[in-house]
Design a protein around this ligand. Structure first.
Ligand SMILES: C[C@H](O)[C@H](O)[C@H]1CNC2=NC(N)=NC(=O)C2=N1
Length: 96
Protein backbone atom coordinates (compact mmCIF):
# COMPACT_ATOMS: atom_id res chain seq x y z
CA UNK A 1 0.00 0.00 0.00
CA UNK A 2 1.45 3.38 -0.98
CA UNK A 3 1.14 6.43 1.26
CA UNK A 4 -1.95 8.62 0.67
CA UNK A 5 -1.48 11.87 -1.25
CA UNK A 6 -1.93 14.86 1.10
CA UNK A 7 -5.06 16.97 0.66
CA UNK A 8 -4.66 20.67 -0.16
CA UNK A 9 -5.50 21.50 3.46
CA UNK A 10 -3.01 19.01 4.90
CA UNK A 11 -0.36 20.32 2.52
CA UNK A 12 -0.92 23.96 3.53
CA UNK A 13 -0.78 22.96 7.20
CA UNK A 14 2.54 21.15 6.67
CA UNK A 15 4.00 23.97 4.55
CA UNK A 16 3.33 26.49 7.30
CA UNK A 17 5.86 24.56 9.41
CA UNK A 18 8.45 23.96 6.70
CA UNK A 19 10.48 27.07 6.12
CA UNK A 20 11.69 27.62 2.56
CA UNK A 21 9.54 24.95 0.92
CA UNK A 22 6.70 25.53 -1.54
CA UNK A 23 4.77 23.58 -4.12
CA UNK A 24 6.09 23.80 -7.68
CA UNK A 25 4.70 21.67 -10.51
CA UNK A 26 2.90 19.42 -8.00
CA UNK A 27 6.13 18.70 -6.13
CA UNK A 28 7.62 20.00 -2.88
CA UNK A 29 10.40 22.38 -3.89
CA UNK A 30 13.18 24.19 -2.10
CA UNK A 31 16.52 25.68 -3.02
CA UNK A 32 19.29 25.49 -0.40
CA UNK A 33 22.31 27.74 -0.47
CA UNK A 34 25.53 26.90 1.35
CA UNK A 35 28.81 28.74 1.93
CA UNK A 36 30.63 26.67 -0.68
CA UNK A 37 30.61 23.52 -2.81
CA UNK A 38 31.99 21.23 -0.10
CA UNK A 39 29.18 22.21 2.29
CA UNK A 40 26.59 21.66 -0.44
CA UNK A 41 28.03 18.28 -1.33
CA UNK A 42 28.31 17.33 2.35
CA UNK A 43 24.60 18.05 2.74
CA UNK A 44 23.84 15.87 -0.29
CA UNK A 45 26.01 13.04 1.06
CA UNK A 46 24.24 13.11 4.41
CA UNK A 47 20.80 13.28 2.82
CA UNK A 48 21.76 10.42 0.49
CA UNK A 49 22.15 8.20 3.57
CA UNK A 50 18.89 9.50 5.07
CA UNK A 51 17.17 8.84 1.72
CA UNK A 52 18.44 5.29 1.61
CA UNK A 53 17.25 4.57 5.14
CA UNK A 54 13.85 6.12 4.37
CA UNK A 55 13.54 4.34 1.01
CA UNK A 56 12.63 7.77 -0.33
CA UNK A 57 14.79 9.62 -2.83
CA UNK A 58 14.89 13.22 -4.05
CA UNK A 59 15.10 14.69 -7.53
CA UNK A 60 17.83 17.25 -7.02
CA UNK A 61 20.28 19.45 -8.85
CA UNK A 62 23.55 20.95 -7.63
CA UNK A 63 25.45 23.93 -8.97
CA UNK A 64 28.46 24.95 -6.85
CA UNK A 65 26.96 26.04 -3.49
CA UNK A 66 23.30 25.61 -4.41
CA UNK A 67 21.14 22.49 -4.21
CA UNK A 68 17.58 22.55 -5.54
CA UNK A 69 15.31 19.73 -4.49
CA UNK A 70 11.99 18.41 -5.80
CA UNK A 71 10.06 15.83 -3.84
CA UNK A 72 7.12 13.68 -4.81
CA UNK A 73 6.05 10.14 -4.01
CA UNK A 74 6.03 8.34 -7.36
CA UNK A 75 4.29 5.27 -5.96
CA UNK A 76 1.36 7.46 -4.81
CA UNK A 77 1.28 9.99 -7.66
CA UNK A 78 1.64 13.11 -5.49
CA UNK A 79 3.03 14.70 -2.34
CA UNK A 80 2.77 12.52 0.78
CA UNK A 81 3.98 12.58 4.39
CA UNK A 82 7.20 10.94 3.18
CA UNK A 83 8.07 14.08 1.20
CA UNK A 84 7.27 16.25 4.21
CA UNK A 85 9.43 14.06 6.43
CA UNK A 86 12.34 14.24 3.97
CA UNK A 87 11.97 18.06 3.78
CA UNK A 88 11.95 18.34 7.57
CA UNK A 89 15.12 16.27 7.89
CA UNK A 90 16.81 18.30 5.14
CA UNK A 91 15.96 21.59 6.88
CA UNK A 92 17.30 20.26 10.14
CA UNK A 93 20.49 18.97 8.53
CA UNK A 94 21.06 22.21 6.65
CA UNK A 95 20.42 24.18 9.87
CA UNK A 96 17.44 26.11 8.52
C1 LIG B 1 10.73 0.05 -3.91
C2 LIG B 1 11.16 1.41 -3.44
O1 LIG B 1 11.08 1.50 -2.05
C3 LIG B 1 10.29 2.50 -4.06
O2 LIG B 1 10.40 2.45 -5.46
C4 LIG B 1 10.64 3.88 -3.54
C5 LIG B 1 12.07 4.31 -3.78
N1 LIG B 1 12.24 5.75 -3.61
C6 LIG B 1 11.23 6.59 -3.86
N2 LIG B 1 11.44 7.91 -3.84
C7 LIG B 1 10.47 8.76 -4.12
N3 LIG B 1 10.71 10.07 -4.09
N4 LIG B 1 9.24 8.33 -4.42
C8 LIG B 1 8.93 7.02 -4.45
O3 LIG B 1 7.77 6.67 -4.72
C9 LIG B 1 9.94 6.09 -4.14
N5 LIG B 1 9.71 4.80 -4.10
Amino acid sequence: MSAPVLSQQELEQQLSQLSGWRVKDKKLYRQFQFPDFVSAFGFMSSMALVSESMGHHPEWFNVYNRVSVELTTHDSGGITHKDVEWARKANSLANF
